[in-house]
Design a protein around this ligand. Structure first.
Ligand code: ASP
Length: 459
């Protein structure tokens, strides 16, 4: 078996890595397609699933771990540098205000699109009584853990989120219970401290974090070299582990509604970027596509954050003072794809149970889905946990979670793409309004590799 793994990884990726001139998003895309094909091939063998789980999936896990590993140092390095470069606290609060308001606006647009589509297409009508019973009995067990998690969240007091913002221990915040908002809080606080120090006292620390940041960006370049392999392993594992496909068909109309909404949202981003910054759709998509593909493969905006930050600042021209501030906050609080999905899912479940939702109830969904998406963690399946709260608020049976469970993972992959694209869009809009949207300055691995060959010692 180990030999087979070596053969698999050496056949295609070696050639992919060798294709230095091919754009990164093509390499990742090829890795994804090969991963899906390989998974589909392996399910035909009795030993296929075990083989993929034992010998292929771990490489996907290593890849995600490496991305997550880099997230905390990246936020610390780039945010401390970014905030201290602002030189003025009032600029920071102005940018913070703009960021949060723009995030809220895009989220409300997303929820409204979701509600509109689900009311027009009425996917819940396609679920017959017998399919509903089958889905509920098949997946009731699997959804228990989501309900449990949601219950824990609900039991917390109203100011818990605020209290959670301030860590009592920065090592703890960035360690075991990795809390991005706490790390962001610390970095901004530290950056403000630096602004307030006299220039000559602050300079050594600023210089340190600026170089620290450069090192982290270089590490991301290195991790990205492994991206085609990583997504290959992730998607192959996903295919062999995916549940029975029979019930997918029953949920086709629902899935179509969600995906259509997400696609509309992407086109709205493209329009917004063009209207506010003049960046052409092709250039925007080309710049952000590797992050989108990773979002799709990992289902986690947190794991994708390092790549989103790199793409936005180096390929879309957003200056680091803005990207280092807007993107980590966005990865944690701005989830337009998730909120759109929650709106569609909630109404779909109500329709499938034959419930009529009043306009008031639907407006309630706009409010709770917006808040729930802010509260959702940027990890796979988080949207489903917060959906429980949206359902409870609207008086829709929680048992309905079992109805949509079978297709949650593929939809999670799609909504994460939207979450990441939304963050990138808002960072461009904020950068433009602050006069900090410049020309892209690509600092690609390939370039560094080439320059290293010319001048040894410089990577
Ligand atoms: N997976 C999503 C994200 O990380 C969250 C969710 O919708 O479940 O952005």
């Amino acid at each position: 078996m180990p030999q087979l793994t070596i053969i698999i990884f050496s056949i295609f990726p070696q050639n992919l890595a060798g294709m230095k001139k091919m754009a990164l998003h093509w390499k990742i895309l090829i890795g994804m397609v090969l991963g899906v094909l390989f998974g589909l091939l392996m399910v035909n063998f009795s030993w296929g699933k075990e083989f993929v789980q034992d010998w292929i999936k771990p490489f996907g896990t290593i890849f995600i771990n490496a991305l997550k590993l880099i997230a905390v140092p990246l936020i610390l390095g780039s945010l401390i540098t970014g905030v201290s470069d602002l030189k003025d606290i009032s600029k920071l609060s102005k940018m913070g205000g703009k960021t949060v308001v723009t995030y809220l606006i895009t989220t409300i647009i997303a929820v409204s699109i979701g509600l509109l589509l689900v009311n027009v297409l009425v996917p819940g009508k396609s679920i017959t009584e017998s399919t509903r019973t089958e889905l509920v009995s098949n997946y009731a067990q699997s959804t228990e853990k989501y309900k449990e998690e949601a219950k824990n969240q609900k039991e917390q007091g109203p100011l818990k989120a605020l209290v959670d913002l301030v860590p009592d221990n920065i090592i703890g915040a960035s360690g075991e219970n990795k809390n991005m908002l706490q790390v962001i809080f610390f970095a901004i606080f530290f950056g403000i401290g630096l602004i307030l120090l006299p220039e000559e006292r602050a300079k050594p620390v600023k210089d340190f974090f600026s170089s620290f940041n450069e090192v982290i960006l270089k590490m991301i370049d290195l991790i990205m070299l492994a991206a085609p392999y990583g997504v290959f392993a992730l998607l192959a594992a996903l295919i062999v582990e995916s549940p029975s496909k029979d019930l997918f068909v029953a949920l086709l109309w629902y899935s179509f509604t969600v995906v259509l909404g997400l696609a509309l949202m992407i086109s709205i981003y493209i329009g917004l970027v063009f209207a506010f910054t003049g960046k052409k759709p092709g250039a925007f998509l080309q710049g952000i596509s590797p992050a989108q593909l990773l979002a799709f493969s990992t289902s986690s905006s947190a794991a994708t954050l390092p790549v989103t930050m790199e793409r936005v600042s180096e390929h879309l021209g957003v200056e680091e003072e803005v990207s280092s501030f807007v993107l980590p906050i966005g990865a944690t609080i701005n989830m337009d794809g998730t909120s759109l999905y929650q709106a569609v899912a909630a109404v779909f479940i109500a329709q499938a149970f034959g419930m009529e939702l009043s306009l008031g109830a639907q407006l309630g969904i706009v409010a709770t889905a917006t808040l729930a998406s802010i509260g959702s963690a940027a990890v796979p399946g988080a949207g489903m946990v917060m959906l429980v709260i949206v359902l409870a608020q609207a008086g829709i049976p929680e048992a309905g979670l079992a109805l949509i469970f079978a297709v949650d993972r593929p939809l999670d992959m799609c909504r994460t793409v939207v979450n990441v694209t939304g963050d990138a869009t808002v960072s461009m809009i904020v950068a433009k309004s602050e006069g900090k949207l410049g020309e892209p300055h690509v600092r690609d691995w390939d370039d560094s590799y080439e320059s290293k060959k010319k001048s040894p010692g410089i990577l």
